[in-house]
Write a protein that binds this ligand. Structure first.
Ligand code: PYC
Length: 338
């Protein structure tokens, strides 16, 4: 068969959320840059049709998520990776990083290190795989990776605002938090909806509305980098006596099946800001489908008037398949949504 491409992927899910990881078939010299961020921007400029091909129908679906493995540019990094979704690209992804590190170690493509340094568009993230034999934590095990703990980039509460959304009688309160991506966090009580899958389509509508309203209202500048930014993800959360739950909406209206790694970091950063979470305190966090991450803040410090948290999350990813994606030159369909 004649094909314009031959792209190798390893697919994983982390707490139910997919990551289609591109591990071969792309010529990196065609999207060059001095950092993974620059490589991602070059890819977006010239190879966005590959994102659409892999993320959208008929090869993907509206809730597909992807990661592209690249040579890191930083000397202190072991792996470089950038992330993509149904709409575009995210600077950082927790579930995706857990998926990438688990898959690479499981497949023997990365030595079984205690700690893997991952260069992402948001900065350097540390990933620590955990192994176990018979339920007991061990050093490297043939049995494979049991979980991965990610130490995310430093995170902070950026601002708060109010926006009007169609289903609420009065404007709702939104907290804006950075944790590798800018999040709009909203208490689900304000929308009068419990975080259950019965209301998924309502959450998608509200989540997209909230993101658009905040981005219309605020000009966001990251105080650490001076770069302008925008909210890319809405997180609608429910506070419970046993375990907090959230529904996370991003991309073209996709819903994270995992508790969202960067979303868990954003929520912990907000809770610390409100005096409700101490450094070192475990924070279990549940997704709308009931899967969990265990979060923890490991440090808090002030820099230039900004309170910076260092969040960690632990989750488990499993490999679901390996693919070779092709595109017949006679095939005019390269990715669509319905
Ligand atoms: O796990 O950080 C995450 C994430 C972002 C978007 C989807 N998942």
């Amino acid at each position: 068969m004649n094909s314009e491409i031959s792209i190798e992927t390893v697919d994983t899910h982390t707490g139910g959320e997919p990551t289609r990881i591109v591990v071969g078939g792309l010529d990196e010299s065609t999207f060059a840059g001095d950092s993974v961020r620059e490589q991602r921007d070059a890819f977006a400029e010239t190879h966005d049709w590959i994102r659409r091909l892999l993320m959208k129908e008929p090869r993907g679906h509206d809730n597909m998520f992807g990661a592209v493995l690249v040579e890191p540019r930083r000397d202190d990094a072991d792996v470089g990776v950038f992330f993509m979704d149904s709409e575009g690209y995210l600077d950082m992804c927790g579930h995706g990083t857990i998926g990438v590190v688990s898959a690479l170690v499981e497949l023997g493509r990365l030595p079984a290190l205690d700690s893997v340094q991952v260069e992402t568009p948001a900065g350097l993230v540390e990933a620590a795989p955990k192994y176990s034999e018979g339920g007991v934590e061990t050093a490297y095990s043939e049995g494979g990776v049991e979980g991965v703990t990610i130490q995310n980039v430093q995170s902070f509460v950026y601002d708060e605002t109010t926006v009007s959304v169609s289903a609420a009688d009065s404007p709702i309160h939104v907290d804006i938090v950075y944790s590798g991506n800018f999040f709009a966090l909203v208490d689900s009580e304000q929308l009068g909806l419990p975080v259950t899958t019965e209301y998924t389509s309502d959450f998608v509508e509200r989540g997209l509305e909230i993101r658009a309203a905040v981005n219309d209202k605020l000009d966001i500048t990251n105080p650490l980098t001076g770069e302008s930014g925008a909210v890319s993800i809405s997180e609608i959360y429910e506070t419970n006596p046993d375990v907090d739950r959230s529904v996370v909406v991003f991309g073209d209206g996709q819903v994270d099946r995992s508790p969202c790694g960067t979303g868990t970091c954003a929520k912990m950063t907000l809770l610390h800001h409100e005096g409700l979470l101490e450094v070192g305190e475990p924070y279990p966090h549940e997704s709308i489908v009931g899967t969990r991450f265990e979060g923890r803040l490991v440090d808090v410090k002030e820099r230039d008037g900004v309170t910076l948290t260092t969040p960690t999350i632990t989750g488990t990813a499993r490999i679901t398949g390996k693919h070779t994606f092709v595109k017949d030159p006679k095939d005019s369909i390269t990715g669509f949504s319905v």
